[in-house]
Design a protein around this ligand. Sequence first.
Ligand code: GLA
Length: 449
Amino acid sequence: MQFFGCGNSCLFVASFRHIVVKMDLEIEIDRWIAYNSLINDTVIEKQRQIRKKEREGKKMQAKVIEKFKEIFGAQGDIRAYFAPGRVNLIGEHTDYNGGHVFPCALTIGTYGVARKREDKKLRFYSMNFEHFGVIESSVEGLQAEKKADWTNYPKGVMWAFGERGMKVEQGMDLLLFGNIPNGSGLSSSASVEVLTGYILKDLFGFDVSNQDLALIGQFSENNFNGVNCGIMDQFAIAMGKADHAIFLDTATLHYEYAPIRLEGAKIVISCTNKKRGLGDSKYNERRSECETALAEIQEVVGIQALGDLTEEQFEQYKSAVKDEIRVKRAKHAVYENQRTLKAVEALKNNDVKLFGELMNASHVSLRDDYEVTGIELDTMVEEAWKIDGVIGSRMTGAGFGGCTVSIVKDEAVNTFIEKVGKAYEEKIGYAGDFYVVEIGDGPVKLSEA
Ligand code: GLA
């Protein structure tokens, strides 16, 4: 028998005549493989997980389509889509400093169901915010409004398409459902932005690449929603590739896919359940501190961005920065970029231990120099560091709440969740959530329903 695993599906070249398919073909195949001693256990497990995910994905897809029909009616050309969330492994707050980042897309994200309308009306519904009911708007005169709440994200992307010469002339009905926790630092908003762009491209036939969808998403977030974010989140989501992280130079948008082979370990995301929104966080303030520090350093040396400096060069020029706080912010930006380069090199050399140490150092720098952690993230990470089998642990995303990312040896995952969860709840007073995640692909069209 030959066996090929391929991405999200698998292909068996074998004699199916011997399988008595009674009720569920997939269950029967599971059993059949399990009894076949020629196939290695890990491969069996991996394929079983893939099929389980496919079944779950299909269920989710059916659920969102059904809800769409219930809310907006079953007629016409209804299409379903998915865009992932993202986690950043290392390279935090470097993307608006011309540095490198190392994020990956996740298999959790946002489902979207859409249908074109003949008029100019926009009707939005989110299964995550059902209390808002249907929120209406129009393709004409798009602007951010407080009462429009989450719909400012899809509206912003429609506006940004218009700014790029791709004006959306017809309305649509759009239903969303995200299985990324909102405001958790796993980029639920960038996921909605890239998803919306992908839907507009498919529904209205715009000619736009996935990389452009990332740039349009960032443009809309900066200019429509007023958050000065960098390109990392939208890029990681639009360009995601299963089992790979993206090593992205944010100064040039040059990128490479790096296979993530964590033999014997898993990526665990720990959610602090402290909610945050970039708009009301100190994100924009950090960004402007870095811009001022850069301008001061530019007085003495001709660089374009803090990401151009090595640690030694920074130590040489840092006296140009006239404020101690700004020195710390710029130090983080420079050292974190260098750490990211070293971390990717470590992975290339299969040195997961060094990769983990660099993750830990990243957290310390975000805590002490960049000051974007807080008691919740620090507790989650410091408790993680105490567990045997934790290779590395750090906050991920903007900070000020949200999630941490840890690399944990397989055999330690249960202990990790139990012990870190208990210590976190005791200290913080409410529980965190834990997700063992997998690295997934970028946006996809699921079906026409
Ligand atoms: C948020 C922003 C990103 C990036 C990170 C911090 O997720 O959207 O652009 O700046 O914070 O690394």
